[in-house]
Design a protein around this ligand. Structure first.
Ligand code: COA
Length: 330
C-alpha cells in the first residue's frame, strides 16, 4: 500500500477504500501550497540553519496564521501539515542554496512523489518513488517514542495542535532519536571501504563511542523496519551500480553484531537509501517529520479523547531542606 493509506488508517482508524483514498490524496494535494507570509519567513532563515529548525519554525508560524480555533480543526490541520511540509522544507532549501523561489505545488499523486519532484525539479522514477513511499510508511508511527510522548505531554495541558507538533519536532531532532539517520550517514561516509569501516568501528567501540543507527530501547534482537529499508538501499545501490556505501554499511552491521550483539535500527540503512536517492544528509530527519506527523497527529487525537494532565513526580535525591540565607549574608 502507499503512505497515504497508512496516514488515513492512523487518523481515521480504518484503511480507506479506493474512493476514500482518491479523495484523501486530492485533499493532501490541495494543501501543498504555502501562504506568502510563510514563504517570507522561510526566506529569512539562514543557509546554515538546520533543516529541522526550519520545520519547527514552519509549523510554529503556520500555527499563527492558520490557528486551531474549533474542536474539529485537528483533522484539517493534520491534512494541511501532511500536505505542506514537503514544500516548507524544500522551498527554503532551494531558496538559500540557489536563490530560487520554487513552485510549491506539483502534479504528483503521492507525498513521496511530490517530495522528490520538488527536491530534484523533475518527476522521480518509479523505483525511487517507491523507496521514498516505503520509507514514509516505515517512519509513520512507532507507539510511545520520545517525540510522540513530547507531543502528548504538550497537548495534555490543553494546548493547541501545532504546539504538540512543534514539541515533537524539537524532540525528534536529537541523534538519540530521529537525528540518528543523519549521524549514521556522517559515520558511514567517514570510511573508504568495508575493511576501513571494520577497523574504524572496532576502534570506536574500544573507545566506548556510541555508533549511531544501532540499538533500540524497545527492540532487543532486530528492528523489523530495518529489514525492509535495507532491501531498498540494496536495490538503489544496484540501480546506480555503486555499492560502496552499502558495503560499508554491511561491514559496520557485522562488527556491531559480532562485538556487541547490537543490530541496525531503521535509521541506519535509511541513510544510504536516502543518499542513493540524491537527498542531502541534513534533509534526512525532516523526512522523518513529514511522515511521523501522521503518527503524532493520531496520538494527539487519542490523548485529547481521554485527556489527563501528564505530570510525573520526581524522586528527589538532593540535599535536605535548608534555611533561607539573606543575600547580604551569603
Ligand atoms: N553503540 C554502541 N553501544 C551501544 C549503542 C550503540 N548505538 N546502543 C547501546 N549501546 C550499549 C551502551 O553503551 C550500553 O552499554 P553498557 O551497558 O556497557 O554501558 C548498552 O548498550 C545499553 O545501552 P543504553 O544506551 O542504556 O540503551 P538504551 O535503551 O538507553 O538506548 C538507544 C537506546 C537507541 C538510545 C541507544 O541504543 C543509542 O543511543 N543508539 C544510537 C542512537 C540511535 O540510533 N537512535 C535511534 C533509535 S531508533
Amino acid at each position: 500500500c502507499c503512505f497515504e493509506e497508512v496516514a488515513y488508517l492512523l487518523i481515521n482508524g480504518e484503511l480507506p477504500n479506493e474512493k476514500q483514498l482518491e479523495i484523501y490524496q486530492a485533499e493532501l494535494a490541495k494543501n501543498r501550497d504555502l501562504p506568502q507570509s510563510l514563504k517570507a519567513v522561510l526566506e529569512y532563515i539562514p543557509q546554515n540553519a538546520h533543516p529541522m529548525d526550519v520545520m519547527r519554525t514552519a509549523v510554529s508560524f503556520l500555527g499563527n496564521i492558520e490557528p486551531e480555533t474549533k474542536e474539529n480543526d485537528q483533522f484539517e490541520i493534520t491534512t494541511r501539515l501532511l500536505g505542506m511540509l514537503p514544500a516548507a522544507l524544500i522551498y527554503w532549501w532551494h531558496y538559500v542554496n540557489q536563490g530560487k523561489r520554487i513552485e510549491c505545488t506539483s502534479q504528483a499523486k503521492t507525498v513521496a512523489e511530490h517530495f522528490l519532484t520538488l527536491l530534484h525539479g523533475k518527476k522521480p522514477s518509479d523505483l525511487y518513488q517507491k523507496m521514498m513511499d516505503v520509507s514514509l510508511i516505515l517512519y509513520a508511527e512507532h507507539e510511545f517514542n520520545a517525540s510522540t510522548f513530547a507531543a502528548r505531554v504538550t497537548v495534555a495541558t490543553l494546548s493547541d495542535f501545532y504546539s504538540g507538533i512543534v514539541s515533537a519536532i524539537g524532540t525528534l531532532r536529537g541523534p538519540l532519536h530521529g537525528g540518528a539517520n543523519e549521524a549514521a550517514m556522517e559515520l558511514i561516509e567517514k570510511f573508504t571501504n568495508a575493511d576501513d569501516a571494520t577497523s574504524g568501528i572496532k576502534k570506536m567501540l574500544a573507545e566506548k563511542q556510541k555508533i549511531m543507527g544501532f540499538g533500540h530501547r524497545v527492540y532487543n534482537e532486530c528492528d523489523p523496519r530495518n529489514v525492509v529499508i535495507k532491501k531498498w538501499s540494496k536495490k538503489l545501490a544496484d540501480d546506480l551500480g555503486d555499492s560502496k556505501l552499502y558495503d560499508i554499511s554491511e561491514a559496520i552491521e557485522k562488527v556491531m553484531w559480532d562485538e556487541k550483539k547490537l543490530f541496525p535500527n531503521l535509521d541506519f540503512y535509511s541513510a544510504s537509501a536516502y543518499h542513493y536517492a540524491g537527498i542531502a544528509t541534513s534533509l534526512f530527519t525532516p523526512i522523518f517529520v513529514i511522515s511521523r506527523t501522521a503518527g503524532w497527529a493520531a496520538h494527539i487525537m487519542e490523548q485529547r479523547k481521554n485527556n489527563r494532565l501528564i505530570r510525573p513526580s520526581a524522586n528527589y535525591i538532593g540535599p535536605e531542606a535548608r534555611f533561607f540565607v539573606p543575600i547580604s549574608l551569603r
